[in-house]
Design a protein around this ligand. Structure first.
Ligand SMILES: Nc1nc2c(c(=O)[nH]1)N[C@H]1C(S)=C(S)[C@@H](COP(=O)(O)OP(=O)(O)OC[C@H]3O[C@@H](n4cnc5c(=O)[nH]c(N)nc54)[C@H](O)[C@@H]3O)O[C@H]1N2
Ligand SMILES: Nc1nc2c(c(=O)[nH]1)N[C@H]1C(S)=C(S)[C@@H](COP(=O)(O)OP(=O)(O)OC[C@H]3O[C@@H](n4cnc5c(=O)[nH]c(N)nc54)[C@H](O)[C@@H]3O)O[C@H]1N2
Ligand SMILES: [Mo]
Length: 779
């Protein structure tokens, strides 16, 4: 039996703060994950699902995109605490039925936090709410699709937006982009726009592919591994095993982060006897506690030090043969890095010259280095140049296409990389569109569509009539929470293809549909040809199958590909040229189309059924070649740049707690950071507290400044914490209201979620209310 859903919401006054932990995982982690599973899903559903996570023939863990080994043995339980929590969340036996919706008017649901909404359980039936109504009520699937068809056909394609969250499987994603393009729009924003878009924007022009160039096996050969702007203990716990093994082998591991995250210092492998006994293995041997946004300066310093060392001992540091034969732009790069302003570098990074030189020396000596990074590097105004500096360093030493070396952007959502491969992109290339047109006899639009930031602006400008959301929680995930929610409520129709209730459902359009779907763990067997499986692509370009086996919580749930097919038929007509029904009936038909449209997917149906799936072509990794416009790897020169806050202000980064999956909260604890039973906190360096004259544990309102305007979020508790000086941290999504729509990474347009300039004022009800009355933006 599972426990019923909580009736109480978060009470921030219950917040408890303890010392941050120095180590991650261990038996405690396993216990936490099982406990969570039992309470949501019951013992039998939990155990049945846990044993199939990431196993061959099982389902892909929806927790993150970290790969499983395709050459070696897999552990009997190839999952981590947070993957298990993700499964428990989805396998939940709690249900949100029409009776539930009847009991909860929308006005009440709008007052609830995401924690409360998500804990209620799985949605069991399609629901609708129309203008003037107070409650969602049930609707048949047929009426739901007809409603979508009517709304889309009453407007123009450019006023329809098709959002995707990164859990969507390959087959669904392919059909979904085909639907948008058949209709005539490239309005296909996705969570990647808010996540690793900067990685793609930096990698495509420099190495000719927007993906990482390492495989999991490279971690067995690397001499040096950087883990930058990433919190693997929480967000990619299975990565800790690869890092711990590398460290035991003698590889150096350098963590670069403003926060001393638990995973860097100790890892208790719950699969190993030592770990079970509570013994922690150190993960990183060097920790650079960098200032937020200081990474570009750090990498430029590394470049300078590498070139200086090479000048001293020619032929020992850089790979001249590689540079000569397959790269371009080296001379300009060398010239730009010839000198270094140490004072500016120390100021920008918050690190000493000695610290930087020590780590540079490791890089100088290493014959095979991997640079891993995540959102700490992608959500800054200067993210794209920062990441290009990583590519410069890798090119300098020929760290492509050799064992133990390469670029490793560690992706977020479990299929966010696959969705992009499938064509979910607002700026598609001509190659993809021409191939789609030829395969399906359609006429894909060439004009670019909205990315997630442009979609936000379109909501504000009332140019979105229909918003379809394939998973995700757009209202909370994006910037400008208040303006976005107001804009969404003015849209004519919002359609949410979801598993659980979330904020976007309750700040809905004038008419709104919630379409309940199967999740990763669910059995998908209502097809003429019997049960179907789907496929995903991990962070290292391995494509493999995923198949759930749990009995769905309701007979009304519909598989995502079937939902897309039926939406398409309702919108485009029964006689549309694309065989939508054929694809929905038999997913092999979708894969056959994919195999003819997308390079690397030849013979998809056979190869995806292989033991480990297959690896997509990756020119830098496979052949040390670069498919850029110049056919070479490209060195780039970027000006020196860092973040700085005016007097009395700090730079605020937003991040995930240990108990959340993006906008979904599993619980209210951030165990490793010592935060319990609350989320509205600001982690702040004790010296900053002192300088700003603020008290530890006091309540403040946070005011962000950007381009002469201000945003405000009220009632956060300051927590003295060993974060880099000048850099505070808060949780996403509570802090999203502070992010101005124009605070984005240049080139990628990814929101600057880790670069918010803020100041604090003591929280008083009076001040908070006055601000509300003055509207959100003040001059
Ligand atoms: N359990 C769990 N797993 C997840 C997710 C989840 O929410 N929960 N989300 C998934 C998704 S979609 C994604 S994209 C990934 C996200 O994985 P992460 O990128 O690890 O996620 P964040 O929590 O945003 O952590 C960002 C890290 O960057 C650091 N940082 C911030 N600013 C800077 C900077 O300027 N420089 C440097 N060097 N570091 C900086 C922060 O201190 C923090 O450690 O995780 C995926 N996996
Ligand atoms: N301030 C700040 N904001 C951020 C970030 C940050 O670091 N800081 N990170 C950004 C990043 S990296 C990302 S990826 C985005 C995330 O943005 P999204 O992907 O839009 O958000 P999620 O919270 O992952 O979506 C959760 C919802 O997905 C639905 N869901 C879950 N499983 C399934 C499924 O199998 N099928 C379907 N159809 N629906 C399902 C559930 O209803 C759930 O409520 O947020 C971004 N926003
Ligand atoms: Mo993400």
């Amino acid at each position: 039996m599972h426990r019923p859903a909580p009736t109480q919401d978060i009470n921030e006054d219950d917040l408890v703060v303890t010392e941050p932990k120095r180590s991650a995982a261990g038996v405690k982690a396993v216990m936490v994950s099982l406990e969570r599973g039992f309470s949501e899903a019951g013992v039998s559903r939990t155990l049945r699902s846990m044993l199939r996570i990431n196993q061959r023939g099982g389902f892909d863990c929806p927790g993150c995109a970290w790969p499983e080994s395709i050459t070696g043995a897999r552990k009997p339980a190839e999952f981590c605490e947070n993957g298990a929590k993700a499964i428990a969340e989805e396998a939940s036996a709690r249900t949100v039925t029409p009776e539930w919706w009847a009991k909860h008017p929308i006005s009440v649901l709008r007052e609830k936090t995401e924690y409360w909404l998500g804990s209620q359980g799985r949605i069991t039936e399609p629901m609708i709410i129309r203008e003037g109504e107070t409650h969602y009520t049930p609707i048949t699937w047929a009426r739901a699709f007809a409603t979508i068809g009517e709304h889309v056909n009453a407007t123009t394609p450019d006023k329809c937006v098709f959002y995707t969250s990164g859990r969507t499987a390959n087959e669904t994603a392919f059909m979904y982009q085909l639907l948008a393009r058949s209709l005539g729009t490239n309005n296909l924003p996705d969570c990647s726009n808010m996540c690793h878009e900067s990685s793609g924007s930096a990698l495509n022009p420099t190495i000719g592919i927007g993906k990482g160039t390492v495989s999991l096996e490279d971690f067995e050969h690397a001499e040096l591994i950087f883990v930058i702007g990433q919190n693997p203990g929480t967000n990619h716990p299975r990565m800790l095993s690869a890092l711990a093994d590398a460290r035991k082998r003698g590889a150096h591991i350098v963590a670069v982060n403003p926060l001393p995250e638990a995973g860097f210092f100790g890892f208790k492998d719950p699969q190993a006897v030592r770990g079970m006994l509570g013994k922690a293995d150190d993960i990183s041997d060097h920790f650079l506690q960098i200032k937020v946004g200081g990474d570009l300066a750090l990498f430029q310093a590394f470049g300078h030090l590498l070139l200086t060392a090479e000048a001293k001992n020619p032929g020992t540091v850089i790979d001249a043969a590689f540079i000569d034969s397959v790269t371009d732009g080296y001379d300009a790069y060398k010239e730009a890095r010839a000198t270094l302003d140490w004072e500016a570098t120390e100021e920008a990074t918050g690190l000493t010259r000695a610290q930087i030189t020590t780590v540079a020396n490791l890089l100088i000596k290493s014959k095979a280095s991997i640079f891993c990074w995540a959102l700490g590097l992608t959500q800054q105004p200067h993210s794209v140049p920062t990441l290009k500096e990583i590519i410069n360093l890798l090119l300098l030493q020929g760290n492509f296409g050799k064992p133990g070396a390469g670029a490793c952007p560690v992706r977020g959502h479990s299929n966010v990389q696959g969705d992009r491969t499938m064509g979910i992109w607002e700026k598609p290339g001509e190659g993809l569109l021409a191939a789609l047109d030829a395969e399906f006899k359609i006429d894909s639009p060439r004009a670019h569509g909205y990315d997630s930031t442009e979609a936000l602006v379109a909501f504000e400008n009332d140019t979105v009539d229909v918003f379809v959301s394939m998973g995700g929680n757009f209202a909370l995930a994006n910037s400008e929470t208040e303006a976005l929610e107001a804009g969404m409520q003015r849209a004519k129709l919002t359609v949410h293809i979801s598993t659980k209730p979330n904020r976007s459902h309750v700040v809905h359009g004038q008419t709104s549909l919630i379409l309940p779907t199967l999740g990763r763990t669910d059995r998908d067997d209502k097809h003429p040809g019997g049960p179907q499986f789907l496929s995903v692509e991990d962070s290292m370009s391995v494509v493999h199958s995923t198949q759930g086996r749990l009995k769905p919580v309701s007979e009304h749930l519909m598989a995502e590909p079937v939902i897309v097919a039926r939406m398409a038929t309702a919108i485009l007509g029964e006689d549309h040229v694309v065989n939508w029904k054929g694809m929905a009936d038999d997913y092999d038909v979708i894969r056959d189309h994919i195999s003819r449209v997308l390079p690397g997917f030849e013979d998809f149906n056979r190869r995806v059924r292989g033991r480990n799936g297959f690896v997509l072509p990756n020119p830098p990794r496979d052949t040390r070649s670069f498919a850029t416009d110049i056919g070479k790897g490209r060195f780039t020169v970027s000006p020196f740049e860092a973040l700085s806050a005016p007097e009395g202000h700090l730079i605020l980064q937003t991040m995930r707690s240990h108990d959340q999956y993006n906008t979904t909260f599993y619980g209210l604890d951030d165990r490793y950071r010592g935060i319990k039973d609350g989320r509205r906190v600001i982690l702040i360096n004790p010296a900053d507290l002192l300088e700003l004259g603020l008290e530890d544990k006091s309540l403040v309102d946070v005011i962000s400044t950007f381009g002469g305007t201000e945003r405000r979020a009220n009632r956060f508790r300051l927590v003295s914490y060993p974060t880099a000086k000048g850099c505070a941290a808060a949780y996403f999504p509570e802090a999203n209201a502070l992010v101005h729509r124009d605070l984005v990474a240049r080139e990628s347009n990814t929101p600057g979620f880790k670069a918010i300039t803020v100041r604090f004022v003591p929280h008083t009800r009076e001040a908070a209310r006055m601000f509300d009355e003055d509207a959100v933006t003040v001059g």
